[in-house]
Ligand binder design. Sequence first.
Ligand code: ZN
Length: 176
Amino acid sequence: MKRVERIIYFRHSKANQRSDHDLYFLRNDQKTANAYRAGALDAYGNAPEQGVSSGTGVPCGHCLNIVPEGEGFLVVAHRPFSILQPYAETGPIFICQSDCSAPSATEIPQVLEASPEYLIKAYTSNQRIKYGTGAIVPKENFTSKLSALLARSDLAFVDIRSAKNNCWLTRVTHQT
Ligand SMILES: [Zn+2]
């Protein structure tokens, strides 16, 4: 079975009308999700593992919803970076086992509403962690914190991860 070599993201805009200050939440596209459902190999060359959701703690990397209780999911090793370098962290992500579709383009994704806090880290344009930007942020302060980071010219994107388990959830940019 072919390995998924390159992860492609769909942009997810906070607003219908684009502005320089929009937040774009990136996620795995339908093609990638379907490839894993068909058994494509993950970042470590392993076939996807399967599980059944308890209804909490299983964020889907495609629809950006929590996989509902009783529904099947896949778990794969995911490396959301285009080049191999020391900061290119690889970790688990989940994908709904059944077909799932994109969230609304104007709402904060459900995976960013389900927890009281999140781990954020900002990266430079060459995909290196910018030291000093890593923080556990309450979801109430979330968008203002993201906007402040993305306003900096030395930062290219912010990755959002689970505060407790470090699972990659989404990437946020200002780029259109
Ligand atoms: Zn899903």
